[in-house]
Design a binder for this molecule. Structure first.
Ligand SMILES: [Zn+2]
Length: 354
């Protein structure tokens, strides 16, 4: 995932904009005539303390990268290089190649997920409406611009944060016609330099949910659960553990970066169903192919120890959140798990043995 913080911190925004726009100081801001629309009365503000430019006339709003893209018609990687971020430009090129360029055989516009999400970006809050841009939506008219807005009011908004606490994006939970959806939203820069929330996955390898907690308590044992809701509940109920989850559900395991589990004592707590067991322990499909689970990835990442809670006696689909909702106390939950935890042995060639 592209971290723009270091590059943006190095850029002198007033100097950058000042090359093209005559600026006058006005308190903590600098003001000039907007380079993106025709005007005689200056309404284009440069706010160096917050790291963005904003036009009250046309609504243009950019950080240094977005400004450079819009001003000079650069793509994201070119803008990074122009601002002295050669390495980042290269990283972006690499990340961009990992993003599908076409959806359903239709071209899509490229939106690059970046972090940290700037302070000026709206936050997602459960129960509050927000707008997200879907770059893959088909054009309204044939040959038109792809993409469109989606208004939604998520009933969960789980933040994904980097080890240093920087906000990387959210996994939302939305009910659409009675069906649960868990879209990932990331803060992206578009082809014309504009930035907004997009319906776009984290680039691969995707981050774990709980990286900040992992970094804060490097010696604590780690509990891996399925889904952001279970992670939040278990973090509250089992404070002895750092609780983590991964994005994308049972099918998303293979896209995740498990390297932060290196050197850690790891306990896996699967959902009590076939998909849940498979996601944690791996499974062999009908054609004999091994689909690796969290256990194999954590083992390869160098986890110090690996255990799993045997939840097979529970009803199908049961998870930690169900237990707490059913009135289990955290103490009961911990005691129950303690009696059912088993060591996991990973044999490289054949996958899994418990
Ligand atoms: Zn303007």
């Amino acid at each position: 995932m592209i971290n723009t913080a270091a590059l943006l911190a190095r850029v002198d925004l007033v100097d950058l904009v000042g090359r093209e726009v005559t600026l006058k100081k006005q308190g903590a801001e600098w003001v000039g005539c907007c380079p993106f629309h025709d005007e005689r009365t200056p309404s284009f503000h440069v706010v160096p303390a917050k790291g963005f430019v904003h036009c009250f006339g046309c609504g243009a709003h950019h950080d240094a990268i977005g400004y450079t893209m819009a001003m000079y018609h650069y793509d994201f990687a070119e803008a990074c290089r122009k601002l002295g971020g050669q390495e980042m430009g290269d990283a972006v090129r690499k990340a961009v190649r990992a993003v599908p360029q076409r959806a359903n055989d239709k071209p899509v516009e490229l939106w690059v997920p970046i972090y940290p999400v700037p302070d000026s970006a709206p936050r997602w809050v459960a129960g509050e409406r927000g707008s997200v841009w879907n770059p893959k939506r088909e054009p309204r008219v044939p040959g038109g611009t792809p993409g469109g807005w989606w208004e939604l009011a998520p009933d969960r908004a789980d933040a994904y944060r980097a080890a240093d606490g920087a906000l990387m994006g959210y996994v939302l939970r939305v009910m659409i016609e009675g069906k649960k959806m868990t879209p990932t939203v990331t803060w992206c820069i578009g082809p014309r330099g504009e930035a907004r929330w997009c319906l776009q996955h984290f680039p691969e390898p995707r981050p774990l949910c709980g990286l900040d907690a992992l970094a804060e308590r490097p010696d604590a044992p780690v509990l891996v659960v399925e889904g952001e809701k279970c992670r939040a509940v278990s973090a509250g109920a089992l404070p002895a553990y750092v609780c983590v989850a991964w994005p994308g559900g049972t099918k998303g395991v293979k896209y995740v970066d498990f390297s932060p589990l290196a050197g850690r004592d790891v306990v896996l707590w699967p959902d009590a169903d076939e998909g849940g067991f498979g996601a944690m322990l791996g499974y062999v499909d009908g054609s004999g192919l091994l689909h690796e689970g969290v256990a194999q990835f954590a083992h390869r990442a160098g986890a110090r120890s690996l255990r799993v809670v045997d939840v097979s006696v529970q009803s199908k689909g049961w998870d930690i959140a169900d237990a707490i909702e059913d009135g289990w106390t955290p103490r009961q939950l911990a005691g129950w798990a303690k009696a059912r935890v088993r060591t996991v042995e990973v044999r490289e060639s054949e996958g899994m043995a418990v």
